[in-house]
Each structure stands twice: as C-alpha cells, then as structure tokens.
Design a protein around this ligand. Sequence first.
Ligand code: NI
Length: 225
Amino acid sequence: MLLHIPDVLDREQVADMRRRLEAAAWTDGRETVGAVGAQVKRNLQLPDASPLRRELGETILVAVAKNPLFFSAALPLKYLPPRFNRYAGGGTYGYHVDGAVMNLSQGEQLRSDVSCTVFLCDPDEYEGGELVVSDTYGEHEVKLPAGDMIVYPSSSLHQVAPVTRGARLASFFWVQSMVRDEGRRRLLFEMDSALGVLRADKADDRALLQLTGAYHNLLRQWSEV
Ligand code: NI
C-alpha cells in the first residue's frame, strides 16, 4: 500500500530545514549502499555522523510521532534515524530494493518494513525526480508538495527518476513495524480508518465497542513488540 500523508512538516519547518541543508557539506550517496546499489545511485547525502542530520532527523521523527494517519498505517516499533539526500544535474537512483536488515546506531538491528520519503521541495521547483514504486498493480509515480510524505512497503522495487532541472531535497527513513506482514498492516489500517468514520458518525456504541475490541485483538495476535 502506498499512502500519501499530507502536511507532516509545516511551511516554516520546511523553509528552516532547506536553509540549513543548502549550506551543509554533502557526500556521495554511494557511501551508504552495497556494490549493487552503488551501480545505480547518483546523488548526494548528508554524512551519517553529521550533527545536522541528527538534529533535523529528530524534528522529522517528532512530527511523524504526532501524525495519527502515519501511526495507523505504519504501526511503528522502531525507526532508522532519517537521512537527507539531494538530487541535481541528472542525479538519479535506478531500480533497487532496500536492504532488509539495517544497523541502528546503538548496535541494534532494524528490519525494514515501511519506507518513508518526506519531500522538501515543491514539484514545480525541479524537473524529473519522481519516486517510482513498482508493485503488482504497475508503476506508481510520486512527486509531492514540500512537507508531505509517502509511505510504501520496503519490499517494493523502486527508483528515483533523473532530476534534469533544479534540485530535489528529501528526507527518507525506514520503520520496523509492530506488524511485519504488509497484508495484515493494510487490513488493520482499513479497519482503523472505518472505525474513525463510525465514531464520527456516532454509530451504535455497542457495535463500535465490539469492532474496536476486534481491532485491538487482531493487533494483539499479530504484533511483535
Ligand atoms: Ni531505496
């Protein structure tokens, strides 16, 4: 499931991040991928050890933690601290699949279940740069307003199309979900969304209580925490 989550960051947060990122020291994005990824990756990243990466990443994690739509869709257990990248002058990242297991800074491992990209530039500021996610329904091109986020299963094949004009700044990170299976996460998300509508419509209390109980009991059966 691809899900667009609008307004994760407000305009002021985006402007502040961009000002600081434009002045930052960037390194070759190939430093954080293996040999296969390095063949198709042409972009710049903030170095993993950069204090700016840590600080801006924290702002993003605080923002997503307050977002109920993100929580409902991702059911996050742990996060890889957000990274930041910049594509310009034909920069691209050809089709690839993200690594399944990643090292967290504390020597702890993270299984990548959900991939997240927060757009920091508006679509009319650059040409190309679409995130293209390929799944059984075909290819989906994603290019969102600054401050918006896309979440998609980390198991998907995906690419970033070449940026042929301007520059594309974004933040990206991975989530290990409490629910590993994408189909189960989707079912829980649909159920939770429908419960929200029923609650707003002041549906029958008893039926609502039963359905809410069923949601939590499914989450209890399927979550690994
Ligand atoms: Ni990727």
